[in-house]
Design a protein around this ligand. Structure first.
Ligand code: SF4
Length: 700
């Protein structure tokens, strides 16, 4: 019998290895990946659970083949430790370095904590197991951290600030500004430097602990990290260290390793396409132009075009053009001053050369003169940066930023960008934006690495991720099933409601009916519940219509503008209150937000998730541009830009319920359109009697 099973498994493996995507079954997890390269498992610090050996073996095989892998494995399945052990094993055996990228500092911390577990297991060879967590300069520069003005600096501004401080420190003379004290200690106290390096190697600190320790010792953690990075096989960094070319070059100089010796890991990879789009997009807002006017007036308002105009006048002209573009394309105002209708749009496309054509025609100048203006703005900006630096201020110049933006805007290759006028803040701060449609323009570097590993709990459909990032067609793509008992989770949807705009407008009873569902669930089950809305606007609409008024328990509401620390307090109060008072608490939040995408609610901290509506993207011009671009490039505009991101948002929110094998929870989707996501949510069931169905699940 065993032989038959093995043969069958081998056949399935052969068959699947000739398909582009692999979805593993339990049978394959037993026999699939043991063939190609032996997995030593020396480093793995726990008893491997279901899926984990398969994940590690697949990664090892991919590394041996020098290929790329994209895989999905549910939250709590141990992706981090599996990836860490298999890449470390390979890197140590083959003299490679791992650059492990994370989106948040919390994820970075998790990697270091897992690395400590590996090291504890490898007592005899513990010196080999070492990693360095690096954060952005805004966190690592102690000088910036202690000064609110510096703390607001961009990476580029802080880099300039730091070079200047170091220059002063190197040529420090008594009675003069001696530059950064943390750098002076770094170059002047070798004994202390060696002591801290030893401490770091011994204690494997998280980035926060390292910064804290260096702060107490009054020495620069950023400079010390450069030394540590050379000696380690594992560096954990935010995405920007790999996807911003300037910062990447700097990191690779520190690493002293060629690209072909780098293994890249992208954690929470579902964030990467949007992250790159943002990184490669640029915008110019009314606020920014007003700052340019103030800056120009403060620094003598230099002339442009040989005295034909002045910088502040030029910036005011740009403000007028911005306002006119907004009125024409977003508000739809005709030349006669009459509105075309109540459009309530947030953004609109603008013809590709309209902004610069307006500048040329209003100033009656040629393109060459516009380039001269751009050059002058950058030169003035640099002078202002130097001047501010001499005054010990952040080397920031809005005119310099304006010059850079205009230079980028006028030389833009249009086919991968959309030019937009955006008015998202009710007329207060309109902006023009060159929106990057194609994240693959930022991923060319991935082809240079030995391998790259992309993983997430919600990455399906994997082809969308591969195609969006322009990864090679022979990329391994694997979807691992959830390792947790399926009986621990139920997902219901109800058919009598929806957040579809046209239906809500037609049937005024839908919103109260949804409110009633939420109220009934909260008042019937004394369990901690999060109610996720598609957006803050929908959340406010429910709140304003009294949708929460009938709920008899403690309520917590996330606000869009909440700072991270206030949000963390709110969430921890929600968790505690629900457990303390025994009748559960309710937290109102949004899908795709900070809670649904990154926070953990183990055990009784969360047992019910109510999803109010399907979080389809808003049909903005930006969204339409994206859909059209993907239609032209892949013929999959709807699947790749609407359906896939919506499914991920749904799955991320539902994913808060189950974090380990003992967690139980029920998700309720209040929208009949949930059936369209059945291929992503296999265990989705319609509920005709919601309270009874939930009760039956809870009782079991
Ligand atoms: S040397 Fe370190 S502490 Fe000093 S300015 Fe540079 S990054 Fe900041």
């Amino acid at each position: 019998m065993v032989m038959v099973v093995k043969k069958l498994a081998k056949f399935i493996c052969y068959f699947l290895s000739h398909q582009s995507i692999i979805v593993l079954t339990d049978l394959q997890q037993l026999y699939l990946p043991m063939s190609v390269y032996a997995l030593r498992m020396d480093l793995f610090p726990y008893e491997p659970r279901k899926n984990q050996t398969a994940i590690m073996q697949t990664i090892k095989n991919t590394l041996n083949a020098g290929k790329t892998i994209v895989f999905e494995s549910g939250t709590g399945s141990g992706k981090t430790i599996c990836t860490l052990t298999s890449t470390l094993e390979y890197a140590l055996e083959n003299n490679k370095k791992i650059v492990y990228t994370t989106r948040t500092n919390a994820q970075q911390r998790q990697v270091i904590l897992e690395l400590r577990e590996i090291r504890d297991k490898m007592k005899d060879e513990k010196d080999k197991i070492f990693g360095v967590g690096i954060q952005g300069r805004a966190n690592m520069c102690i000088l910036a951290r202690d000064d609110p003005d510096f703390a607001s600096g961009t990476a580029e501004e802080l880099s300039k600030l730091c070079s200047n401080e170091k220059k002063k420190a190197k040529s420090a003379k008594k009675g003069k500004d001696q530059g950064c004290i943390y750098y002076r200690n770094f170059i002047g106290d070798k004994e202390k430097v060696d002591r801290i390096l030893e401490w770091a190697k011994e204690n494997l600190p998280t980035a926060e602990e390292f910064i804290e320790y260096c702060g107490r010792n009054k020495i620069c953690p950023y400079e010390l990290n450069k030394l540590l990075v050379r000696e380690t096989s594992l560096i954990i960094v935010p995405y920007i260290y790999v996807f911003d070319m300037m910062i990447r070059n700097m990191l690779f100089d520190w690493l002293s390793a060629p690209e072909e010796d780098i293994i890249l890991v992208v954690d929470e990879a579902h964030n990467l396409p949007n992250y790159i789009r943002d990184l490669f997009s640029a915008q110019l807002s009314m606020w920014m132009l007003n700052s340019c006017v103030s800056e120009a007036e403060k620094y003598g308002d230099p002339s442009l075009l040989g005295g034909k105009t002045h910088v502040s006048t030029f910036c005011k002209l740009l403000i007028d053009i911005l306002r006119d573009l907004r009125d024409t394309y977003v508000y739809g105002v005709l030349e006669s001053g009459v509105r075309r209708g109540d459009f309530k749009k947030d953004d609109a496309f603008i013809p590709s050369h309209e902004f610069e054509s307006e500048i040329l025609s209003r100033l009656k100048i040629t393109s060459k003169s516009l380039h001269d203006i751009i050059g002058d703005l950058m030169a003035y900006g640099e002078k202002i940066q130097e001047y501010r630096q001499k005054e010990n201020k952040l080397p920031r110049s809005y005119l310099h930023k304006l010059g850079i933006f205009l230079d980028f805007w006028v030389s833009l290759e249009m086919n991968q960008y959309a030019k937009l006028i955006v008015d998202a803040s009710q007329g207060k701060n309109p902006r023009i934006e060159s929106f990057c449609l194609d994240p693959s323009i930022g991923t060319g570097i991935l082809r240079e690495f030995h391998s790259s590993i992309h993983m997430s709990g919600t990455l399906e459909p994997l082809e969308e991720y591969r195609d969006s990032l322009g990864l090679s067609k022979d990329t391994e793509m694997v979807s691992y099933p959830s390792p947790f008992p399926t009986d621990n989770r139920r997902i219901f949807f109800v058919s009598d409601v929806t957040t579809k705009y046209s239906e809500i407008a037609r049937d005024k009873k839908i919103i109260p009916r949804m409110g009633q569902h939420v109220t009934d669930v909260c008042n019937t089950f004394p369990r901690n519940t999060i109610v996720f809305f598609p957006s803050f606007n929908t959340l406010s609409m429910f709140r304003n219509k009294g949708g929460f008024d009938g709920i008899r328990r403690s309520l917590y509401i996330e606000e869009q503008e909440m700072s991270q620390s206030v949000l963390m307090d709110l969430v921890s109060d929600f968790k505690e209150c629900g457990l303390r008072e025994g009748d559960g608490a309710t937290l109102f939040s949004v899908m795709g937000g900070r809670i649904s995408e990154g926070m953990d609610f183990p055990a009784e901290q969360l047992e019910i998730a109510v999803i109010v509506g399907i979080p389809y993207p808003k049909p903005t011009a930006r969204q339409r541009g994206l859909q059209k671009y993907y239609d032209l490039k892949f013929r999959k505009g709807w699947e790749y830009t609407v359906e896939a991101p919506t499914a991920r948002k749904l799955m991320q929110s539902i994913g808060r319920l189950i974090r380990d094998e003992n967690d139980r929870g029920v998700a309720i989707i209040l929208d009949r359109r949930a059936t369209r996501f059945k291929k992503y949510i296999k265990d989705l069931k319609e509920s005709k009697n919601l309270l009874e169905d939930i009760e039956r699940f809870m009782d079991n």
